[in-house]
Design a protein around this ligand. Structure first.
Ligand code: ADP
Length: 407
């Protein structure tokens, strides 16, 4: 049993701390080989890592600058010292490599480093072998059991640190890919919605113009075109609003807004939508001001999305009620409908982007599943809360709460 001196153990503790705080793989490998050489009193050291995909052992770092010819050179698992260390999972001391048939003199030549002795130990992460750590040319005599013990401890620490660095690099790469995908998606939505908007305004303009002098039969046909075009415009508006949410943090302009007149105006503006379905709209608004600190444009998008849904998912002759109420230090806007309702287990998911209760291929309601997601993201940008409750077949209630603003 070897006795490692307390100075060496204290040094190991420092090394362990250092390895733990190093995240870049190259810097980490450099530190490990420097410590390996210094702790075993060797002239040099090197690291070979097992490629998890090809199962080949490759040089990853050597003392001094790693030579291009050696970088990533594959070492056979069955006919090399490092390969034996890895496959047997045991340390090996070779005090004269020239007598060992597994030694490949070409590596010494490439490195321009005459190798005499080698101590190789396996490196593991938590469960698997990940590579081999080698110390080369013991300066004073032969490698001994102490060297094996100390290099094995270093190799264990190094294995875990290397795995951590690898995972971190993978995570960073995955994150970069996600950001790139997200940017591509945003660019696509921006370009698509912009490109669709221009021809659509031409269609809307011409249909409205043709409608003016048309006979009643043509008006009926043109109205169908008009309705389809308006529907398309709403979808495009959702896509544009999505961009608005993504840019929201930078464009947020909060001002004190009294909700009472805002609700009344929006209801009046959407009157036609309610009229076509003969729906009744009621507002219950107290007399005193109901002010909150929000971005006015965002507030309009939020309310419009909820009012559109209330009308869309409520049958003809149904009822929609908008109530403003004070609750503690908050003002609540409650939009209640007598529509189809939402199952209890879906009440949270409806706020996810592109989430719809109806299966896509059997949809009877138009929409892209963006309205509520946009509403929620905008409410939260304004430090508010939004949630829903519902009774299937009887109707739903959507609540939006903002901190009240007292002057
Ligand atoms: P969509 O554009 O499909 O309406 P939303 O994000 O606005 O997208 O809504 C998501 C889904 O939530 C809708 O497809 C619908 O299934 C459900 N939903 C939203 N509002 C209501 C409501 N007032 N009554 C019943 N279901 C609703």
């Amino acid at each position: 049993m070897s006795q490692i001196s307390s100075t060496r153990l204290a040094r190991m503790l420092d090394v362990s701390r250092e390895l733990n705080s190093t995240i870049g793989l190259d810097a980490l490998l450099k530190k490990i080989i420097n410590e390996a050489a210094s702790l075993t009193n060797a002239e040099a050291a090197s690291i070979l890592l097992l490629d998890p995909y090809t199962r080949e052992l490759r040089f990853k770092a050597t003392t001094g600058e790693m030579l291009a010819e050696l970088a990533d050179t594959s070492v056979p698992l069955d006919k090399s010292i490092a390969g034996t260390v890895l496959t047997t999972n045991e340390p090996i001391i070779v005090n004269d490599v020239s007598k060992d048939p597994r030694w490949n003199p070409r590596i010494s030549k490439t490195l321009n480093f005459p190798t005499g002795s080698i101590l190789g130990v396996p490196m593991h992460d938590v469960i698997r072998p990940v590579g081999v750590l080698e110390a080369l040319n013991k300066i004073d005599g032969d490698f001994n059991e102490d060297d094996v013990a100390i290099l094995s401890i270093l190799a264990d620490l190094a294995g875990v640190a290397i795995e951590k660095a690898r995972l971190f690099a993978e995570l960073q790469q995955a994150n970069q890919q996600l950001n790139e995908l997200d940017r591509l998606k945003s660019d696509f939505i921006a370009v698509a919605s912009h490109e669709l908007r221009t021809p659509l305004s031409i269609i809307l303009g011409y249909v409205t113009y043709l409608r003016e002098d048309a006979d009643p039969d043509s008006i009926r046909q043109l109205d169908r075109v008009l309705r389809a075009a308006v529907r398309l415009r709403n979808l495009i508006q959702d896509m544009l609003n999505l961009q608005y949410v993504d840019a929201g943090r930078t464009s947020l302009e909060k001002i004190p807004v009294d909700l009472a007149p805002v609700v009344k105006t929006l209801v009046a503006e959407r009157n036609e939508i309610f009229l076509t379905k003969e729906q009744t709209v009621k507002t219950i608004i107290p007399d005193d001001p109901m002010s909150v600190l929000v971005d006015r444009n965002m507030l309009q998008v939020i309310f419009n999305n909820l009012l559109d849904n209330a009308s869309k998912f409520t049958p003809e002759k149904g009822e929609i009620t908008i109530t403003l109420e004070r609750h503690g230090d908050e003002v609540w806007t409650i939009i209640k409908d007598t529509g189809i309702g939402i199952p209890e287990d879906q009440l949270k998911r409806i706020f996810n982007r592109f989430y719809q209760l109806e299966p896509h291929l059997r949809r009877q309601y138009e929409g892209m599943g963006l309205g509520l997601a946009i509403a929620k993201e905008l409410v939260e940008l304004n430090r508010g809360r939004i949630w829903a409750d519902s009774v299937m077949g009887e109707g739903s209630q959507f609540y939006i709460a903002f901190l009240s603003y007292e002057t």
